[in-house]
Write a new protein. Structure first.
Length: 125
């Protein structure tokens, strides 16, 4: 009879495989929790994106009205912030355009002066 040698390497691989399996199960559970949290976040995001102007406020409870008012206030702050950022960007762009126009005038004047000098030197010859 041939005896199968018990190999420590085989046991080590089995233990390593089991450890990887357990680790993957933990990761899977963590991902399931993340999916649940992301679904909830998505639901809230979808609710917040509904068009508030088309809601029938008569049918809403006081708590829902308060929630909508808070949403509108957040949107107002976001819009004001976006407007402020756009105004700053526009102002900086306008300053850059003014600088470029000044540089263009300076170079244009410089070229005209060079052309005049060349014209007078040619006439003197």
């Amino acid at each position: 009879m041939k005896e199968e040698p018990t190999n420590d390497k085989t046991q080590h691989l089995d233990t390593e495989g089991y450890r990887q399996f357990v680790e993957q199960q933990k990761i899977k559970e963590a991902l399931k929790k993340q999916i649940g949290a992301e679904k909830e976040r998505l639901r809230i995001l979808i609710e917040s994106r509904t068009d508030i102007t088309e809601l029938n406020v008569d049918a809403l409870s006081q708590a829902e009205l308060i929630r909508i008012v808070k949403q509108l206030e957040r949107r107002k702050v976001d819009a004001q912030s976006k407007l402020h950022g756009t105004e700053q960007s526009l102002n900086s762009t306008a300053k850059e355009v003014a600088k470029l126009q000044d540089a263009q005038k300076m170079y244009q004047t410089e070229f005209e002066l060079r052309d005049r000098k060349r014209g007078t030197t040619r006439m003197q010859r």
